[in-house]
Ligand binder design. Structure first.
Ligand code: COA
Length: 174
C-alpha cells in the first residue's frame, strides 16, 4: 500500500530502512511522548527488530514508514484493539525532529485516517496523547478528532506523570 502526501510518501517498512530509522528515532523528545515499548536509546538492533516485525500478518495492524526525500524518517500506524474493544482502532505516529513543523504528520494523519475508515470500517478510531503533547493534540484536532476523555494522572512516562487525553474520530465525523 502506497499513500502519497505533498512532500512525502507512506509505504510499508522494508529492509534498508534500518539506519535512517535508528538515526531519527533515537531522540528523547520522541521517546518521551510514546509508550515505553519504544526503545531509548534506539539502536540498530531495535531498528532491525522493528522493520522485521512491522508488517504483521494479522489484518488490522499496519505501520507505514514516512518517507521524505527518499529516506524513512518517521512512522505512522494503526492497530486493531482486541476483545472487548472490537471495532476500535488506535492511531500512533512519530517523525524525526529535523522534519517537525512542516505539516507532514498533520497531512499523514488525515490520509491514514481516511484509509483506515475505508479499509477497516472501524466503529471508532482513537489516540492517546500525553497532556503535555500539544503538537500531537493539534495534529489530531486538525484531522477532525475530538478530545473525548481526560484520564487523570494515568501516564507515567520515563518518570514523568501526567494526564492522558483520549482523542476519537467516528466514521460519521461526529
Ligand atoms: C507530534 C509530532 C508527530 C508532530 O509532527 P509534525 O509533522 O511536526 O506536525 P505538523 O507540522 O503537521 O503540525 C504540528 C502542529 O502543532 C503545532 N504545535 C507545535 N508545537 C506546539 C506546541 N508546543 N503547542 C501548541 N501547538 C504546537 C504546530 O504549530 C502545528 O499546528 P498548525 O499547523 O496549526 O500551526 C512530532 O512533533 C513528533 O514526532 N513528536 C514526538 C512523538 C510524538 O509526540 N508522537 C505522538 C504521540 S501521541
Amino acid at each position: 500500500m502506497l499513500i502519497h502526501g505533498k512532500s512525502f510518501v507512506l509505504r510499508p517498512w522494508k529492509r534498508g530502512d534500518e539506519a535512517s530509522l535508528a538515526e531519527n528515532a533515537n531522540n528523547p523528545k520522541i521517546a518521551g511522548n510514546l509508550t515505553e515499548t519504544f526503545p531509548h536509546p534506539y539502536l540498530m538492533k531495535d531498528a532491525r527488530e522493528f522493520v522485521m516485525s512491522s508488517n504483521p500478518k494479522n489484518l488490522g495492524s499496519e505501520n507505514f514508514a514516512i518517507v521524505v526525500e527518499g529516506r524513512a524518517v518517521g512512522s505512522i500506524g494503526i492497530k486493531k484493539l482486541s476483545d472487548p474493544h472490537n471495532g476500535t482502532f488506535e492511531i500512533g505516529y512519530w517523525l524525526g525532529e529535523s522534519y517537525w513543523g512542516r505539516g507532514i504528520v498533520s497531512q499523514a494523519v488525515k490520509l491514514v485516517t481516511a484509509y483506515a475508515f475505508r479499509r477497516y470500517k472501524p466503529v471508532r478510531l482513537q489516540a492517546g496523547v500525553s497532556s503535555w503533547n500539544l503538537a500531537s493534540a493539534r495534529v489530531l484536532k486538525k484531522a477532525g478528532f475530538k478530545r473525548e476523555a481526560v484520564l487523570k494522572r494515568y501516564i507515567l512516562s520515563r518518570g514523568k506523570r501526567g494526564d492522558e487525553w483520549i482523542f476519537v474520530k467516528f466514521p460519521n465525523g461526529k
